[in-house]
Design a protein around this ligand. Structure first.
Ligand code: SF4
Length: 562
């Protein structure tokens, strides 16, 4: 199951959060427009929602036309010159500079006043760094890499500071390098605590991630930096602004996904990215489950499973008879025979087919294809039987013809006879799976052979009744041609237990034919168990019921082979 971790320290940093809270509070108290010097954050949705609240980001003071307008200094801060300039304007100034940025201003002021050169590690175009440079004055350098640090001249004294969102690792490398540039170095690690926490968390989780999703503005410096770290550590990383940018291709095959976000990414956006990721994973999982389910349903409902169970029933017959040879031709004949009639009969059962999506596809959408396959299976079954002997070929051809016309003609006359469907179905199976191998292996009809035929007939009869119970439970129309409908649940339950007991007794008796078969005796308790489960009303859906019911033959047949 894929794991998704959301960074605890993702989203708005305290500085950004308090600046946004500040403008929203102001907008509630004032009817006037509120201006911010530059966008508060780099998120288009948030900017739009702020505009709806009468809060506008401007790049130039000339954009303010009205007097006494409210102007908010954002969290990044500004230069002292600019602050002085705007304070002389007829504007109402609200300082939203983050206290942690203000702290850097104070540190720069302190050491600058003592004659120190200020080296600022940061992005020279970033508003915060422009502000810091303003406090540092002329005796300052802005660097953003090791290479730029190496190029710096030697100085009497250096005060090293950092942009608050700088990468810690880079800062320490630069600090080390600065030792070669001066004998008097003051290092102020001004990377703010929220940034440190975010970065440390990013290191920890990115290392094990198959995919890191960084949510944030593509023009945001801290988001870019975060993305750079993740790209180095994780197997793959992606930077997105909106959940719509995610798709199945990106998420596919990823087991460990880590979601983090820049300082100016709202939590709701992180949440929606999380939801989208979950949805994509879920739909992938669901698709896979659905695919398996379709495969399973197709396997059971297409008649393949029923054909296989018929093969095992044939095997049971031949093994009880004491044959050491597995009659491959007989197995194939009975399998194709049952498969053919099962499919053709099912294709004629509209009521059952329409209740199931897969059956609808198999027996309605591909009706002609499936019927053709069924006829071909039947013809192959006859052809193989013809290679065994004439007697088998003639009898199987006769039964097959009755079987294919049964749903269209004979059933119309027989359906008024109580339990006719269960009886006819069981006779067909008994013929294919029991009488055929007997024809092939033994010629004479002895008392023991008759018991084997009865044993097989009862097993198939139980199967047929259990199938109609399952149909009725799944709200399908079950007519009086089914024993269950005639007797009702209580009497049917009694009949099924009685028949099961009968199969156990018969098997006990006939197993003397070959003592090795005694090990399969235990499998005959499978049907009583299914009867018990069905009577407790714990009946699975039609497909799984069918799989469970037909499994009796597979189980017993397989035990014969061990
Ligand atoms: S990143 Fe740090 S210093 Fe910058 S505004 Fe946020 S909390 Fe303040």
């Amino acid at each position: 199951m894929p794991k998704i971790i959301i960074a605890k320290n993702a989203g708005f940093c305290p500085g950004v959060k308090s600046a946004i809270d500040l403008v929203i509070e102001l907008s509630k108290k004032n009817q006037k427009k509120i201006y911010t010097l530059g966008p508060l954050i780099h998120n288009k949705d948030v900017i739009k929602s702020l505009e709806e609240k009468n809060i506008f980001a401007i790049e130039n003071l000339d954009e303010i036309k009205e007097e006494n307008a409210i102007l908010v200094i954002r969290a990044h801060g500004i230069t002292p010159e600019l602050e002085k300039y705007i304070r002389n304007k007829k504007l109402q100034i609200i300082d939203g500079t983050c206290p942690l940025v203000k702290n850097v201003h104070r540190l720069i002021e302190k050491y600058s006043s003592q004659g120190y050169w200020t080296v600022i590690l940061g992005d020279k175009d970033h508003a915060e760094v422009i502000g810091l440079k303003g406090y540092a004055g002329e005796k300052s350098f802005i660097i953003n890499s090791i290479e730029e640090a190496q190029k710096l001249p030697e100085m009497d004294n250096i005060h090293l500071v950092s942009q608050t969102t700088q990468e810690e690792e880079l800062f320490y490398k630069v600090a080390n390098l600065m030792k070669n540039k001066t004998k008097n170095l003051i290092i102020s690690n001004t990377i703010c605590n929220p940034t440190k926490l975010r970065q440390r968390e990013t290191y920890e989780f990115s290392k094990n991630a198959d995919l890191v999703i960084v949510v944030g503005g593509k023009h945001s410096a801290n988001t870019q930096r975060l993305f750079k770290i993740c790209s180095k550590l994780a197997k793959s990383a992606i930077l997105i602004e909106r959940p719509e940018e995610l798709n199945e291709k990106i998420i596919s095959g990823k087991e460990n996904i880590f979601i983090t976000a820049g300082a100016s990414t709202p939590n709701w956006l992180i949440e929606s990215v999380f939801e989208k990721t979950q949805k994509l994973l879920k739909s992938e999982k669901e698709k896979f489950t659905e695919f398996l389910n379709i495969l399973w349903k197709t396997f059971i409902n297409s008649g393949i499973y029923t054909g296989i169970s018929a093969a095992f029933l044939t095997l049971i017959s031949s093994q009880i008879l004491g044959s050491n040879i597995i009659p491959k031709k007989i197995l194939l004949t009975s399998t194709l025979f049952v498969l053919s009639l099962h499919v053709l009969n099912r294709a004629a059962e509209k009521n059952e087919v329409e209740a199931d999506e897969i059956k609808k596809i198999i027996f309605i959408k591909f009706a002609n294809t499936i019927k053709t396959i069924a006829y071909i299976s039947g013809i192959f079954s006859l052809l193989i039987s013809a290679t065994i002997n004439q007697k088998i070929f003639i009898s199987i051809s006769f039964i097959w013809l009755i079987g294919i016309i049964y749903p269209y003609t004979i059933s119309k006359h027989f359906h008024k006879i109580n339990g006719s469907k269960d009886i006819i179905l069981s006779l067909g199976w008994t013929f294919a799976c029991s009488i055929l191998p007997i024809f092939w292996l033994k010629e004479k009809l002895t008392e023991e052979i008759l018991l084997i035929i009865i044993f097989i007939f009862i097993l198939v009869f139980i199967r047929s009744i259990l199938l109609s119970i399952s149909q009725a439970h799944n709200d399908m129309i079950v007519g009086k041609e089914n024993i269950y409908k005639v007797l009702g649940s209580k009497k049917t339950e009694f009949l099924l237990y009685f028949l099961s007991l009968f199969t156990i007794i018969i098997f006990f008796y006939i197993s003397h034919l070959n003592k090795n078969h005694f090990t399969t005796f235990i499998s005959l308790f499978y049907y009583p168990l299914i009867i018990y489960i069905f009577n407790k009303n714990k009946i699975p859906d039609k497909t799984n019921s069918e799989a469970l019911i037909d499994f009796q033959f597979i189980l017993t047949g397989a035990l014969f082979l061990i």
